[in-house]
Design a protein around this ligand. Structure first.
Ligand code: AHR
Length: 512
């Protein structure tokens, strides 16, 4: 081949390679090395690696999680787009179309098979429910993926693990959580816990926590804070409460929450914005010595997600990825892992305009019956009622009258309504009356909280059929909200005004 053609061919190969490395348009490559490669190089290998969004080893090409669909109870494993890449969420979307799916297994990406499944009953709380599979759409590396949205009575556990620290062995862990879905219930944890689902005493846990449960004062600012759940307490320092006045919590949409503990006399807590910047060390020092039990630790080696060690399950939270290591990771490795998390470019779902029935949109629902057209569905003392809401209403009343549209919890072609100011609580009917209640993941709750929109009965607006009582529609009657049939034994089933009372104006939200 003439030298000029050889040179051309060579430069074409170079250009192709360069384009591949930087990423071709429309295809963003995972940045390697990934967190478990980093920790392995630093001599503290991952012994558990969980994520529904991406690979945590550059060479990993297995399944990330398993979903089960309601329509026929069959399951499907969800893997990656390619080795070391992002979740193949499209496989979930097609498997779960026109029904709903829950996450039944979060696979361990290490070779140890420390897979997480819905947690069994414990010292506190009964069997936990699996999380809905499509409740947390986000983007990672420019791809649509799903995180794990934990509401109350949901959580995962593995009591029979391999390689997880026990006794006073050192370990580190991090999770990417988010400050868009948290509470002060016990305990949104990821990490090491008891193998019998019970509170076995001080030092029997070593899990990173994220939320606003201030166990020991002081807690500075409003939180949510990254804390260490060491059992019988969420610690921000060796004395329990915060020793860091600048730690007022981490309010970012994606939060890196990190804990490491050498098992004998040292632990450290860090947080960071998972979308940019570096980690903040919030505490680095001695383990608690008073009360006794934490120094040395008594780790048992189970893994929990979204619950406390004794299965306390009143916490809510979002989880995207997390790992646990053997050995105490170096600060250098932690910093490289944070840089890799930032490189993912986690992002929210594309913004959805308010005032529409598209999932993610925030709305208010205005009554259309003559004489009631300034009334909106709001919650009050946990009941769903209608109140007159106007621009001069209090901020609380406006929030109470604002709802986030979600894909229907029991049928994703219908909708559910999550409270704007009580995240994780939904509008659901019970004995035909509507209430605001925390989503517990049960099949009954999902159905009771799912409504199918159709053209408004009065000729305009929208009516909402109950999924499990399809002849009943959301209706206001005497300022209380029900699902009502057109004629029936209850006073609220009266045919008088039925069409207007069951017709709603889907409106811009009072609290966007
Ligand atoms: O340490 C806080 C919580 O206390 C633990 O998670 C739980 O086991 C206990 O109730």
């Amino acid at each position: 081949m003439p030298r000029s053609r050889l040179a051309l061919l060579f430069s074409a190969i170079l250009a192709f390679t360069a384009a591949t490395l930087v990423g071709l348009p429309g295809r963003s490559l995972a940045a390697g090395p990934l967190p478990c490669d980093i920790y392995a190089s630093a001599g503290t290998p991952c012994v558990a690696a969980h994520s529904t969004t991406r690979a945590l080893f550059a060479a990993y090409n297995g399944n990330l999680y398993q979903v089960r669909r309601a329509s026929d109870n069959t399951t499907r494993n969800i893997g990656l787009l390619a080795a070391g890449d992002y979740a193949n969420a499209a496989a979930q979307d097609s498997f779960c179309a026109n029904t709903t799916c829950v996450i039944t297994i979060i696979y361990d990406q290490t070779s140890r098979h420390n897979d997480l499944t819905p947690a069994p009953p414990g010292g506190v709380g009964g069997q936990d429910n699996p999380a809905p599979a499509d409740a947390l759409p986000v983007t990672a590396g420019g791809h649509n993926v799903y995180g794990v949205s934990i509401s109350r009575v949901m959580g995962y556990r593995d009591n029979s693990t391999s390689g997880i620290a026990t006794g006073s062995q050192p370990e580190g862990m991090y999770m990417v959580a988010s400050a868009t879905h948290f509470n002060n219930g016990c305990c949104f944890d990821y990490g090491n816990a008891e193998t019998n689902n019970r509170d076995n005493g001080n030092g029997h846990m070593d899990a990173v926590y994220f939320g606003t449960l201030c166990w020991f004062s002081p807690c500075n600012g409003g939180g949510p804070w990254v804390m260490a759940d060491l059992e019988n307490g969420l610690f921000q320092s060796n004395t329990g409460g915060s020793q860091n006045t600048s730690n007022t919590g981490s309010r970012n949409g994606f939060v890196t929450a990190l804990l490491k503990n050498n098992g004998t006399n040292f632990f450290a807590l860090k947080d960071g914005n998972a979308q940019s910047g570096s980690l903040n060390t919030r505490y680095s020092g001695a383990l608690p010595t008073s009360p006794a039990g934490y120094s040395p630790m008594h780790k048992e080696g189970a893994i929990i997600l979204g619950i406390g060690g004794d299965n306390s399950n009143s916490a809510i939270g979002n989880f995207f990825e997390g790992v646990m290591t053997a050995g105490l990771p170096s600060d250098t490795a932690d910093n490289q892992v944070q840089a890799n998390i930032v490189a993912v470019g986690y992002g929210g779902p594309s913004p959805v305009a308010g005032g529409t029935l598209n999932p993610g949109s925030t709305i208010s629902l205005r009554a259309t019956t003559s004489g009631s057209t300034t009334r909106y569905i709001r919650h009050q003392n946990n009941n769903a009622v209608t109140s007159v809401i106007s621009s001069s209403s209090s901020a609380l009343d406006k929030s109470d009258a604002s709802w986030i549209v979600r894909r229907g919890l029991a049928n994703n072609s219908c909708v559910s309504f999550e409270s704007r100011n009580y995240p994780g609580d939904f509008l659901r009917h019970s004995n035909f009356q509507l209430f605001r209640q925390p989503m517990d993941g049960s099949a009954l709750f999902r159905s009771d909280a799912t409504f199918c929109p159709q053209a408004g009965h009065s000729g305009s607006g929208t009516s909402f059929a109950s999924l499990n009582f399809p002849t009943r529609f959301i209706r206001h009657f005497n300022n209380t909200v029900y699902i009502a049939s057109n004629g029936g034994s209850n006073a609220f089933d009266t045919t008088t005004n039925w069409a207007a009372d069951t017709t709603w104006a889907v409106s811009a939200p009072w609290t966007p």
